[in-house]
Design a protein around this ligand. Sequence first.
Ligand SMILES: [Zn+2]
Length: 105
Amino acid sequence: MGPPEIEGRPGRAAPHDLRLTIEANNNGTGESGQAPRLYRGQSYRAVGEVRHQRLDGSEATIVQWESACAQCGAPFVCAVPERSRKFQPNRRCQKHKRPGVRVRP
Ligand SMILES: [Zn+2]
């Protein structure tokens, strides 16, 4: 007369895949009208644009660039304002990105 066996709990052992989903606002490939760019030997491909309204009402376009991490080669997307004169995108993925630390070639 042992205790009744508890029926197996629904398996919840599935590992949770914490994958960073980058929501690139691309309307199809090549629709952004931006040519691929090269920055310090890394190539960047425009994958989308985001229109952003500033507090003063003016509109700014943020271009989303896809590249491969300088450290691990993983693809990542970074955003650079279209109007900024200097094209200085991130060179590393979210995992290896550290504010204020620049990759040395
Ligand atoms: Zn990386």
